[in-house]
Design a protein around this ligand. Structure first.
Ligand code: UTP
Length: 290
């Protein structure tokens, strides 16, 4: 079955990036000239997704405005030589069918995904975490939906992380299938050192079957007192099995300060308008460092 729906949870409080995120959603933090969430929506669209539900909450109205039309601004950009700017503004509202729903209480990523039940219906769907930007030739979401279409099982976007990082993420039990594909039969969120199953962790993308909603309904709060998506996916991995894709592409964690700066620098270096100048600037700065 083709995957055409995606859910972007963007209702977190972003406490690791305060005070920037006091009034501004972290998903709207810009990387050079586009907010993080626009890169994510563009990745979904490039992966064949046509319908996107963004999970928001109070104070995230800026996200809705960004994907809407902006008549006054558009009117200002209709003059000569402004066509490119005009399209950069208008085209955002035409990317896909974008819907919004509010997570009324911030009870965790699993709880946020469960708010998508009526949008998703009885279809498989992709989840793209609102603070994980992945840049690559082959869109990461598309790599996962292709695996879903091949295996008909839930799919996890994974990468190996350091032994220190795994303690803060999820850890998966995996066996190789072929190339960058693995079978996943167990997982744990924020493992203690003696609970680590492997250094493979879920990073920002998955494709889930609709059965996940019944599992989420009975998932109790886990690590940090939140309803963890990993705990629900663990049941799926143990019962039906899941497929893990060690995706190609560079992932930037926009949920922490260092990740934000890495994204800024690396994406600015490749930017068609400022890339060359920025590289020169960076070389000058680097030469002064010791
Ligand atoms: P994080 O745990 O990284 O986001 O959730 P957070 O809670 O905003 O982070 P900190 O720890 O306070 O800095 C991963 C994704 O899940 C969403 C977040 O918006 C992010 O995209 N999320 C998290 C929700 O939508 N709802 C929640 O209740 C929790």
């Amino acid at each position: 079955m083709k995957v055409t729906k995606a859910v972007i949870p963007a209702a977190g409080l972003g406490t690791r990036v305060l005070p920037a995120t006091k009034a501004m959603p972290k998903e709207m933090l810009p990387i050079v000239d586009k907010p993080a969430i626009q890169y994510i929506v563009e990745e979904a669209v490039a992966s064949g997704i046509t319908d996107i539900l963004i999970i928001t909450n109070r104070g995230k109205g800026l996200i809705e405005d960004h994907f809407d039309r902006a008549p006054e601004l558009e009117a200002k950009l209709t003059g000569a030589n402004k066509e490119e700017m005009y399209h950069s503004v208008v085209d955002i509202s035409r990317l896909a069918n974008i819907y919004f729903v509010r997570q009324k209480e911030t009870k965790g990523l699993g709880h946020a995904v469960n708010c998508a039940r009526s949008f998703v219906g009885n279809e498989p769907f992709a989840v793209l975490y609102g603070d994980d930007v992945i840049i690559g030739e082959d869109p990461a979401c598309g790599q996962l939906t292709r695996a879903y279409e091949e295996f008909g099982q839930g799919v996890l976007g994974v990468k190996e992380v350091s032994p220190e990082a795994i303690l803060k993420y999820s850890s998966l039990k995996v066996d190789p299938i072929r190339d960058n594909l693995y079978r996943c039969t167990d997982m744990i969120e924020k493992p203690a050192p003696d609970q680590i199953l492997s250094l493979f962790s879920i990073l920002g993308r998955c494709v889930l079957p609709p059965e996940i909603f019944d599992i989420l309904d009975r998932t109790k709060p886990g690590a940090g007192g939140e309803i963890q998506l990993t705990d629900a996916m663990c049941e799926l991995a143990r019962t039906t099995g899941m497929v893990a894709v060690d995706f190609t592409g560079k992932r930037y964690d926009m949920g922490n300060k260092l990740g934000i700066m890495q994204a800024q620098v690396e994406i600015a270096l490749k930017h068609p308008e400022i890339g060359t100048q920025f590289k020169q600037y960076l070389k000058e700065i680097a030469a002064t460092l010791r």
